[in-house]
Structure formats: structure tokens, C-alpha cells
Write a protein that binds this ligand. Sequence first.
Ligand SMILES: Nc1ncnc2c1ncn2[C@@H]1O[C@H](COP(=O)(O)OP(=O)(O)OP(=O)(O)O)[C@@H](O)[C@H]1O
Ligand SMILES: [Mg+2]
Length: 505
Amino acid sequence: MVDMERWIRLRVQVQSYDLIVPCIYRKVDGFKSMYQSNDGATILEQMDVDNQIAKLMVELSRSQDYEIGDGTTGVVVMAGALLEQAEKLLERGIHPIRIAEGYEMASRIAVEHLERISQKFEFSVSNIEPLVQTCMTTLSSKIVNRCKRMLAEIAVKAVLAVADLERKDVNLDLIKIEGKVGGKLEDTELIYGITVDKEMSHPQMPKRIEDAKIAILTCPFEPPKPKTKHKVDIDTVEKFQTLRQQEQKYFDDMVKKCKDVGATLVICQWGFDDEANHLLMHRNLPAVRWVGGVELELIAIATGGRIVPRFQELTPEKLGRAGLVREKSFGTTKDWMLYIEQCANSRAVTIFIRGGNKMIIEETKRSLHDALCVARNLIRNNSIVYGGGSAEIACSIGVEAAADRYPGVEQYAIRSFAEALDSIPMALAENSGLQPIDTLTAVKSQQIKDNNPYCGIDCNDVGTNNMKEQNVFETLIGKQQQILLATQVVKMILKIDDVITPSDY
Ligand SMILES: Nc1ncnc2c1ncn2[C@@H]1O[C@H](COP(=O)(O)OP(=O)(O)OP(=O)(O)O)[C@@H](O)[C@H]1O
Ligand SMILES: [Mg+2]
């Protein structure tokens, strides 16, 4: 028997959850004025929710983001649909535990069905097109879809540059994403190395150093400061001259020490005064000053150098090495950046994003994150399914057909699960300005008639709804994870007896 009180509570929870679904469910192409993003996880993250179930939804999209990196909207839409269906089943007198069991069975059927309709995608370092196409599907639902081809290529090249194809592993930490306001999105580039937002300390220093040997210093270019207070009386010109010469000698010794060990570039955490700067220029030793601690560490790791805290400790083996260090200017803004490329020790790459304003750069970063994750997932497992809701419709048909095999009450829940799967193609149709139910039924009957699991929603009015022809691909593991995570969270909600908030007391 259904616990009526519990049912009412669930209903209240579902309704407050309804508040968040429309926000991301109806996200349309173009800017979301409130959240300035089209990424499900980002929208939910910024949403100020205090409802417990809504918090679970935020967690849900976060886990999808963490595991897969894409599909964070789909997973919440799916969970929402499952909750909606659960409400109807509760109304019909089915116990929540039975619903949870039915959902579990259905999710297993769906995941297996996905495996069956999936295809292996062969790619190699010389044939990256399949990877690019899949990343393009991910990017096509983003605000930056204008440049999807270029961004997808950058993402794939970046992932391949750091990937260990033998172990099928990718360390995404090696891909740094940097952005600088200015220029166009089309100017975004992939750098095989690292960038530092600094310039040479003197404008006349060389802007390009090949085969650089880099001294990475955390000591300032200045004479040592005595620790106790004392006074120097300078009452003659000679004394002044001696002092000056002494100071100069300090600088000279420092520069000489760097040159002696073979450094061709000095990167310094601290500044150096004009005298030192002038000397460095004259002695033909390019230098960069005021480089932050984190960047310094990164440079040291990438170039295989050691951070040196004292000039006396400088030795040739402590120098970092890079094939090319160059300074690049940006437009008329007199903005300079230092590119350290072909680093000795690391395959680290940097994606350098340009864009008209900070918002577009941030959104590009988030979109690139999705694309990078998709490329990584494909390297781990090269199976794909087709997008545009086609995989969900195929699963829905498969689950519906399997429901008859179950004699118990669970079959109602299994059927409801099949219905919930339809919510993704319906959302896609609605967001593309199509009639959701009409479109879904037409596509579904076509799938059954032609026995073709590739039919989906023709969102962009291309003229065919065969997603294979449209090159709309998604990763198998991403889709499977969506279904599994959504089911898990809904099962958990169904098992909640009560939500007690401290304010109730
Ligand atoms: N050209 C296309 N035609 C039809 N459907 C498409 C096309 N490109 C993408 N899609 C579909 O759009 C859906 C993805 O939408 P979107 O990227 O907004 O959400 P998400 O991936 O679930 O979440 P997020 O990207 O915010 O983490 C997928 O179902 C995908 O198959
Ligand atoms: Mg996406």
C-alpha cells in the first residue's frame, strides 16, 4: 500500500525540482541571459538551490561532469523524467521499492541495448577525423558552435599530444587552457608548450631564442641587503664612485655567473632595477622578471630545469631547456606573451583562447573542456552511438519490448522507464522549434519500420534524420553513464522517507 503522506512529500519535492528543470530544459541556442552559459553543469552550479532534491540534481550533473565531462544536461533531464514517471506510478498504487527495482532492471536493459547498437570507431594519429566529428557534436550545442570545426580540431590535437595511446590514457592536467581578452575566437590556437603572461624585461632584448637554456631564479638581481641597520656616510665624490663601482660589480658578477653556466635566458621571480636590466641587455642575456611562483614551477617542470634560490648554486645541469622561446604581441594593445615551446621534459600543451570579452572566453573554456573530455573518452573506449536522441529512442523501443518478459509489477516501472527515455528526443525537438510529440512518434515509428537505430531528431533541418549521415556522434560510455547515474539518483530519491530540515524544529 502506498504511504500517502510520503507520496505527498515526494510530490512537493518533485514540484520544487520542477523549478530547475525548465531552466536548463529549455536552454536555447544563444545566450542564457541569467547564466551566460549553455553548459548544464555550470548552470546548475550557479543556481542557488536549497531544496534537498534539487541539490541532488546538482550533484548528479557534477558527477556526470566529473566522470564523462559531457551530457550534464541530458542526465538531469533524464532523472527529471524518471521522477515524473515515478509520481504517476505512485499514484497508481505501486510501492516505491517496486518502482526502484523496475528502474534498475530497465537501466540494465538500456545499457546493454546501447552496447548492441554502438559501433567501433577506428582512428589513428594520422586519421583524426572521427575524433573531430565526435567533438563537433559536443560543441554544436554550445554558444561557440560558430567555430566548432576549429575548436574540435584543437581539442583533438591537444588530447593526442598528451595521450598515451598504448595505455589508452590521457592526463588532461597536461593541457592548460589560457585565455586573453582581445582578438577573435578564430585566433584561438594550440601551442605545443606553455605560455607565460610576461615579456622580456628590456624592449631591445631578442624576441626569439632558439634552443634556449633557461636559468630559473628566485633570487633578486640586486646587491645583498644588510640585515642590521647601519649608516653609510658618503662625503666625497670618490667614495660615491667606489660605492657605485661596487654595486655594479655585484650585478656584473651575477650576470657573469649566469653566462658562465651557459644560460641564454633568465627567468626571475623578482624584479631587477634599471642598472641590472641595462647590464643584462648589454651582456646579451635576455631576461624576464616578476614571474609568479606557480608559473615558475610550471616552467621548471616543463623545461626540466631546477628553481635556483642563490646565484652561487647555479650549475649547467640546473638549467631548463626549450627548443624555442618567443615573445608574441597581440594586435595594437601592446600586449605581450611569452611562448615556451618544444620543452625538454614535458608534452604539456596550452590552448590559448582569444575572444571579444571575458564571458565568451569563459564559455569557450567550458565548451573546450567538454570536447577534451569527449576526445579522451574516445581514446579510452572508441565505441560510439548516434546522437540527436536516436540512441535514446532505440533504447526506449528496446526497453518497452523487454517489459513484456517481466510478469511482476516491475513491468509498469520498466515501461515508465522507456517513456522517460523519450524525454531527451522530445527536449531536443522542442528546443529546435519542432512539435515534440509529433516528431517523436514519427521518428520512433520510422526506427521500428526500418529497423534503423540511427534515426533521430533533425534539429538543424538538414533534411535527413539519419544521424549517421549527419555525423552526429556521441560516446557510448557517456550515454551509458547518463542512464546509470540518472537511475541511481532516482532510486535513491524513491528510497528517501523524509527530508527533515533544521528549521522544522
Ligand atoms: N547536429 C545535431 N543534430 C541533432 N542533435 C544534436 C546535434 N548536435 C548535438 N545534438 C544532440 O544534443 C544533445 C546534447 O545537448 P547539450 O550538449 O546541450 O547537452 P548535454 O551534452 O547533455 O549537456 P552539456 O553539454 O551541457 O554538459 C545530445 O543529445 C546530442 O545528440
Ligand atoms: Mg554536450
